[in-house]
Write a protein that binds this ligand. Structure first.
Ligand SMILES: [Zn+2]
Ligand SMILES: [Zn+2]
Length: 338
């Protein structure tokens, strides 16, 4: 596998040609890494809600045609001539942030998650819904061997973005509300419980299966998103893309609580009374991740250890996996295997 001459000339990929249309299974030329890139043989790639937002044109101007997917577990197949940090056979995880420039004002102040010139895996660069992909080596994470299989994929976005959201809730949080109990929440609850917090899980109204899932993972309370929790919350993280959850979470929140929006897209937030924000409650969003977040989270995940609940789909059933995610049928995370 380390010999470029032994690589096939083509590979199978699921391709987005036209937003709003299903992905198409195609045989495409093998991607060729530049001198500063690595070629990775994909083991698995998670299916993320952001992939739906790209397909539905809720995120503007994707690369087209596009191979989506940004929760990639794989092994390095070949490295470009200038790459010294990885070698063929190394296990890597490839996340959403695929490249940052290092010289814009955000990069210079250690906020590379806000980089003006960033490239995003499976959005502005081809991603992991394919047998192979290329990546910039500094944006690949080493993975513990326990995650060298499909169970590692959800850590690469759901886990990382969940962790960055969690790192913003503040220091004195005992009671944490999580709104939207999908892939990110099912990972994050394990981190929060490990750190002694009580977790209150909010699902779509009437979604008893997700509520049972949350309680099974250790939530102290689970209910529909229109229900009130039994106690006021010290912090809230919203993963569901529904803007009306922002005033609802503020209503559930105690004085001084932070409400963190973890998604990349959300429907409009309805107007609400200032008194919901009063008493030093705050609302903020989380954008992308830094490599520091990634290294911190992946080592913590292995130490806890975080286990993911996954439903596997073969690569060519990516459309079925996306449809199941859209319908709320996935408890945990959907992962494509190559
Ligand atoms: Zn930058
Ligand atoms: Zn994602």
């Amino acid at each position: 596998m380390s010999d470029a001459n032994l690589l096939p000339a083509t590979m199978k990929a699921m391709v987005l040609d036209i937003p709003g249309h299903p992905l198409v299974c195609k045989t495409v030329p093998m991607p060729v890494p530049s001198a500063g890139q690595v070629l990775v043989k994909v083991i698995s790639c998670g299916v993320c809600r952001t992939d739906l937002h790209i397909m539905d044109s809720e995120l503007a101007q994707p690369k087209l045609p596009l191979i989506p997917g940004h929760e990639i577990v794989g092994r390095v197949a070949t490295v470009g001539a200038a790459v010294t940090t990885w070698k063929p056979g190394d296990l890597v995880g490839i996340p959403w942030v695929g490249y940052t420039c290092g010289h814009c004002r955000y990069c210079l102040r250690q906020e590379e998650n806000l980089c003006e010139n960033a490239l995003f895996t499976g959005y502005t660069m081809d991603g992991g819904y394919a047998e192979y992909t290329v990546a910039y080596p500094d944006y690949c994470f080493p993975l513990a061997s326990m995650y060298g299989n499909p169970s590692g994929s959800p850590l690469l976005c759901a886990g990382l973005i969940g962790y960055r959201s969690y790192s913003m809730i503040g220091q004195r949080v005992e009671r944490l509300g999580i709104y939207g109990f999908g892939a990110a929440a099912h990972i994050l609850i394990q981190v929060a419980l490990h750190q002694g917090k009580k977790v209150y899980a909010f699902t779509r109204d009437g979604d008893l299966a997700s509520q049972v899932f949350a309680v099974r993972l250790g939530a102290i309370w689970a209910g529909g998103s229109s229900e009130s929790p039994p106690e006021r919350l010290d912090a809230a993280i919203i993963f569901a893309p529904a803007g009306d959850l922002v005033p609802k979470a503020l209503k559930d929140a105690d004085k001084g609580a932070r409400v963190i929006c973890g998604g990349i897209h959300m429907s409009d937030i309805p107007a609400f009374k200032y008194e919901l924000l009063w008493e030093e409650r705050s609302v903020r969003s989380v954008a992308n991740l830094t490599r520091k977040d990634g290294h911190e989270f992946l080592s913590l995940a292995a130490q806890i250890p975080v286990k993911t609940d996954i439903r596997l789909f073969p690569l060519q059933e990516a459309n079925e996996a996306l449809a199941a995610l859209r319908k709320g049928e996935i408890h945990g995370a959907a992962v494509l295997v190559m």
